[in-house]
Design a binder for this molecule. Structure first.
Ligand code: ADP
Ligand code: ADP
Ligand code: ZN
Ligand code: ZN
Length: 786
């Protein structure tokens, strides 16, 4: 084997990151390489943790030698040598949390172009000064609406929220937003002192007094007379209206509980000054083709292209600035249309995008960057895509490849793996049982590799799930549904079966299942319970993790508190929490990490210099249970913990269900912030499964198999069918054809995305759908059912 950098290969020698077992592998450049293997096998550890991390490390060393010391703190990947490695760009799904300030326009950088267009070529009101491009951005002080600071929304209280029951008197607590206990009694005394009757029902007070009590900014001090049993001597009390009190808590209180309570009394509404656009009036007054920038931001891309194309095609000599910018805009938006994202608009907040939508936007943006000779490392770019949406994305990746780039794609979708030029299969198992290279070569040669689970699924050696066909035991009828792009939709949901809701991206599947159905009052009455298992993170701080979320950590802490050593020292269960002072490491306050400021990187984390990631102080770590301290238990994988804690019933049950949904490879202490949406969803599902429930439950799931290896999909599917066999109803949004093929019923939405979708195209058994006219899903499903 050669390690020459000029032979067209990347040579990896001695990679040991996470579970990788000192692997050597040669991977070709200028082609598309798929990294495969079950979850936890080590794909990301090789593609991101080793190859991308090393490329990034070299880059920072070259641009900022003085950052070396800091980079050493963050840690270089555990690998002996890599040669032939080009610079790399990573497009990851789970990192880079969306903020409400970022939008489709900022992710794609299209907003910058549009702002230049308005600045240079907009129609200004007579006498108005020309504005700089920044003035069209709600995220700059030049552009932000002064009232909402560019957020587009305002939070305010309303009488209905502050006084939920107007038949109560003030003494009976009519003003629910006021604090309770002593402070509340204090306010009541002040109100009496002001001559307002605290014993009359709220609705019979004068409007003027009600408004004053709720909304005034005045804060008179009032002499409170002594009140027997409450105050012995007079004092001056300060008045707070309900609004001032709520706003004060929201602005200044450090108590999360108080803030949460206060949030109940405010509602979010579009800002009345800027109609939700977040922009100053001067910016909104500028138009292009008769529309303000806010109006253009709301247009779906399909409409945006139609609007701008005539300007782009204007003959030379006309307004050149406008036509040049529009040509650029149209070309870039057309890539988004190709990718099936024509239903999105520039102004759409990134918090409402699915991970797949966000990643496709980033891929399209990269395509225009004109880079060549780089490696793009992609994290499951096809997860959550309908097969019809996958084809244009494959074309885009082909174009990136054709312009001289290399694609490293961590991927589970077998149809995509088949199209790769090369496959690196890692396994055979997860965690300790994985981390070896089973195959690195052309896809066809993977067939010979008998210990590869990927090979078994790719070449049809795996068992298919079979179950008896089930008949619906009744129907839940939804009629006249209006939400997002669903317009006057009527559809019947069958009970006691497994239903798959299908359709291309943007057709309305999530809207129907996770919003309409989840909030439908009849659904809430027809079932004993309704459980929405979504992909939202289980926690937003590294303080919450798998063990805390599932509740098993409480039992583990009790185990430690019950040891002789702990009792001798008087350590209770609280001592073993990393969230409170006592047992935790105070340097990092139990986080295990401290943040390091790097000049060129956004805040990044390094292991705590005191506890080295253990989270606890040395005294706590002296307490062991079966020779392991509590930090070592948090470092165990679910699989290992299942052996270690097999005889602790409550913990063993949690661990069993986690393994049943394919999460045996996760570590107990894995911070919530490091989990993918799919992992978070399966943790919720496992938490749900571990409770034995009676009665008829409706389970709603949004793409539960997205990002799963086919072997893990099979595991999950078995669990879902068991729920139905136990008498429950399951409705899932799904793209995986193997899953759709096993469903009892299919509801196919579409035919397209956004305005081109939102209708029920076909309903019936999978075999019925195959026969349906106009269904985009039908031809793909037909091939699967053959
Ligand atoms: P895959 O990408 O194939 O799902 P990963 O590379 O993410 O697998 O994980 C491989 C193994 O390494 C798993 O056992 C996982 O729990 C472990 N692992 C991943 N990230 C870390 C980490 N930051 N620290 C310790 N172990 C990790
Ligand atoms: P699917 O789940 O089939 O991909 P969605 O239900 O997410 O489709 O979206 C259907 C339509 O509703 C799309 O046009 C999408 O842009 C729109 N939409 C979805 N969520 C929102 C939202 N939070 N705000 C505005 N429009 C939305
Ligand atoms: Zn505003
Ligand atoms: Zn520490």
């Amino acid at each position: 084997m050669t390690t020459d950098a000029t032979d067209g290969f990347v040579h990896v020698r001695g990679a040991n990151e996470n579970n990788l077992r000192n692997i050597d592998v040669d991977i070709p450049r200028n082609v598309m390489v798929a990294f495969t293997g079950i979850s936890g096998s080590g794909k990301s550890s090789l593609a991101f943790g080793t190859l991308y991390a090393e490329a990034q490390r070299r880059y920072f060393e070259s641009v900022a030698p003085y950052a070396r010391r800091l980079l050493q703190q963050v840690g270089a990947p555990h690998v002996q040598e890599i040669t032939g490695l080009p610079p790399a760009v990573a497009l990851q799904q789970r990192r880079g949390a969306a903020t409400s300030r970022s939008s489709v326009g900022t992710i794609t950088t299209l907003s910058n172009l549009l702002r230049i267009l308005y600045s240079r070529a907009g129609d200004y009101p007579a006498g108005a000064d020309h504005l700089a491009a920044e003035a069209f951005s709600p995220n700059t002080s030049a552009g932000a609406c002064p009232r909402c600071h560019g957020l587009g929304v305002v939070h305010d209280v309303t009488e209905e929220l502050l006084v939920p029951d107007p038949s109560l008197s003030i003494r009976e607590g009519a003003i629910a937003a006021w604090p309770g206990a002593w402070q509340g009694a204090n306010l009541r005394s002040i109100v009496m002192g002001l001559g307002i009757d605290v014993d009359k029902p709220w609705h019979s007070l004068r409007k003027r007094d009600r408004d004053w009590l709720l909304f005034t900014e005045e804060q008179p001090s009032v002499l409170i007379e002594p009140e027997p049993g409450r105050v012995d001597h007079g004092y001056y009390g300060k008045f707070w209206s309900a609004r001032s009190h709520v706003m004060h808590v929201l602005a200044d209180s450090t108590s999360e509980r108080m803030r949460e309570r206060a949030m109940r009394f405010v509602e979010e509404a579009p800002c009345p000054d800027c109609q939700g656009s977040g922009l100053r009036p001067e910016a909104l007054a500028v138009t292009f083709l008769g529309r303000s920038i806010a109006e253009v931001n709301d247009l779906p891309f399909t409409a945006l292209v139609t609007l701008l194309r005539p300007v782009a095609e204007r003959p030379a000599g006309a307004d050149e600035v406008a036509s040049r910018i529009c040509t650029d805009l149209v070309a870039r938006v057309e890539v988004l249309l190709d990718l099936g994202l024509g239903y999105l608009s520039l102004g759409r907040s990134s918090t409402t995008l699915s991970p797949g939508e966000a990643q496709r936007l980033r891929i399209a943006t990269q395509l225009r960057s004109g880079l060549f000779g780089v490696v793009y490392v992609l994290d499951e770019p096809f997860a959550g895509l309908h097969p019809a949406d996958a084809e244009p994305l494959l074309d885009v990746l082909d174009r990136l490849k054709a312009s001289g780039n290399t694609l490293f794609v961590v991927e589970h979708d077998l149809d995509v793996v088949r199209r790769a030029d090369w496959v690196v299969d890692i396994g055979p198992g997860a965690g300790e049982a994985g981390g070896r290279v089973l195959h690195s070569g052309p896809v066809a040669d993977l067939e010979e590799v008998t210990d590869s689970v990927t090979s078994a699924y790719l070449f049809g050696r795996s068992e298919r799930l079979v179950h008896d066909a089930r008949a619906p035991q009744g129907w839940l009828r939804l009629t006249g549904v209006h939400r997002h792009n669903l317009r006057d939709v009527s559809v019947d949901i069958p009970l006691c079966v497994l239903t798959a809701v299908t359709g291309v991206s943007g057709s309305g599947k999530s809207t129907l299942v996770t919003q309409v159905l989840a909030e439908d009052p009849t659904a809430r009455e027809s079932f004993d319970r309704l459980v929405l298992v979504d992909q939202r993170p289980i926690g937003r701080t590294p303080r919450s993790n798998l063990a805390t979320y599932t509740g098993m950590f409480d039992a583990v802490r009790k185990l430690y508190a019950a040891t002789d050593a702990a009792r001798a020292r008087g350590y209770g269960a609280g001592r073993f929490s990393f969230n409170v002072a006592g047992g935790r490491c105070e340097t990092c306050q139990g986080e295990g990490f401290v943040s390091v400021e790097l000049l060129f990187l956004p805040g990044t984390y390094a292991p705590c210099p005191t506890c080295h990631g253990d989270r606890y102080n040395p005294e706590t770590l002296q307490i062991t249970y079966r020779d392991k301290n509590i930090a070592e238990v948090l470092a165990l994988s679910v699989d290992d913990a299942a052996r270690f804690l097999a005889d602790v019933p409550t913990v063993a049950r949690s661990l069993r269900t986690l393994r049943e949904v394919g999460l045996g490879y996760l570590r107990l202490g894995q911070p919530a912030t490091e989990l993918s949406g799919g992992e978070a969803q399966r943790i919720k599902l496992a938490t749900e499964l571990q409770r034995a429930h009676r009665g008829h439950t409706l389970y709603l799931l949004d793409e539960p198999t997205s990002g799963l290896h086919p072997a893990d999909t099979a595991l999950l599917l078995r669990q879902l069918h068991q729920l139905v066999d136990a008498g429950n109803t399951v409705v899932l949004v799904e793209h995986d054809l193997d899953v759709i093929a096993t469903a009892d019923w299919v509801i196919d939405l579409g035919p397209g995305g956004g305005d081109a979708g939102g209708r029920v195209v076909a309903t019936g058994t999978p075999a019925d759908i195959v026969q349906a006219d106009g269904s985009v899903t039908a031809p793909y499903l037909a091939r699967r059912l053959e």
